[in-house]
Design a protein around this ligand. Structure first.
Ligand code: CA
Ligand code: CA
Ligand code: CA
Length: 334
């Protein structure tokens, strides 16, 4: 659901008038969101030549993981629409990462050998379509993923090879969540806790959940009070979980704590003991998994549970500060 302008006004304003006016002033300037100032995320660069944002990923990944990572960031594994975009993006690549000789692009022949389509299903003949000499050659019958070389030509490569890649977000597709100051629309602001949360309905393993929250510039939720635990129980109860099909572990949601073997104790992902973080209410007989359950979760009733880090997929909750509101809070002591 797109963020509604009205929702902002439902946030009760704090008492000091100075704070109210400063916030109001901020909101007035940004009421139509970040698309107007052409900002998606700090790690994406806006290129006027194509009216789009790009991020060059320097941690090399397989083609599938590259595609997934871009999707987690709310973007798409880049492929060039036309010669202009090839020129603009390769110039940016040469400028910022001169050592990279090529990048993965969002084109593969995974559907059928020799049929090259983009990650969003467009046939390669309808976009930029310039292969290197003798390519595609499907060497050893195992080259189904495409790289773009610095000279602007494509080559098919083995999908399991790890290469740098670029994620792309068009300005046109950018929407802004004012309440949480983020491009991710499904975060909602809790005024009592002063934080934003998203209940993820695509079950992932604990480690994948850590990555998914990070990709949204958030973190796997950390419970800092009984009040926050109650809120997480509420959003878990109201999430439409029953509609989600498939094999995943029901009854628990991943949270941001795990077993620290150096400390020989449980720690939040920010390194605090659970007691110090503010919430350590374990479920009955938990933790009970020993070495098989070294990661953290919460039963739907709010009690903590140790869980396998990679064996089971579960729902999970991401949490983020609204840096902008915290800035005001610091400044005005509200
Ligand atoms: Ca090849
Ligand atoms: Ca928290
Ligand atoms: Ca357990």
């Amino acid at each position: 659901m797109p963020y509604s302008r009205d929702a902002m006004y439902s946030t009760p304003a704090p008492a000091p008038t100075e704070a109210i006016s400063a916030r109001d002033e901020y909101y007035c300037h940004s009421i139509n969101g970040q698309p107007q100032i052409k900002h998606f995320r700090d790690d994406y660069k806006y290129l006027e030549g194509t009216s789009s944002f790009y991020k060059i990923h320097t941690i090399q990944k397989t083609w599938e993981h590259a595609k997934k990572r871009c999707a987690l960031e709310g973007a798409t594994l880049f492929y060039p629409e036309d010669q202009n975009e090839v020129d603009v993006v390769l110039a940016y690549l040469k400028d910022t990462q001169p050592k990279f000789a090529w990048v993965y692009v969002g084109i593969s022949s995974k559907l059928a050998k020799g049929v090259f389509t983009t990650v969003d299903g467009v046939a390669i003949r309808n976009i930029y379509n310039k292969w290197g000499h003798g390519e595609p050659n499907d060497a050893n019958g195992e080259e189904d993923c495409v790289i773009l070389r610095k000279d602007g030509s494509y080559n098919d490569e083995k999908c399991s090879n790890k290469f740098p890649f670029i994620c792309k977000k068009t300005l046109q597709s950018l929407k802004w969540n004012e309440e949480c100051n983020t491009p991710y629309l499904d975060y909602s602001y809790n005024v009592d806790l002063g934080r934003c949360y998203k209940f993820h309905l695509h079950p992932l393993t604990w480690r994948q959940a850590v990555e998914a929250c990070d990709a949204e510039q958030a973190y796997l939720a950390i419970v800092n009070s009984q009040q926050e635990a109650d809120y997480l129980v509420n959003i878990t109860a109201s999430a439409p979980k029953d509609k989600v099909q498939g094999g995943y572990l029901r009854g628990a949601v991943h949270l941001g704590f795990n077993y620290d073997t150096t400390e020989d104790d449980w720690r939040t992902t920010t390194g605090e003991t659970l007691e110090r973080a503010g919430y350590a209410a374990w479920g009955n007989h938990q933790p009970d998994g020993g070495e098989n359950e070294r990661c953290g979760s919460m039963f739907y009733n709010g009690h903590l549970n140790d869980i396998a880090c990679e064996a089971h997929r579960c729902f999970f909750i991401c949490e983020k500060e609204n840096e902008l509101l915290s800035l005001f809070d610091d400044r005005f002591g509200t």
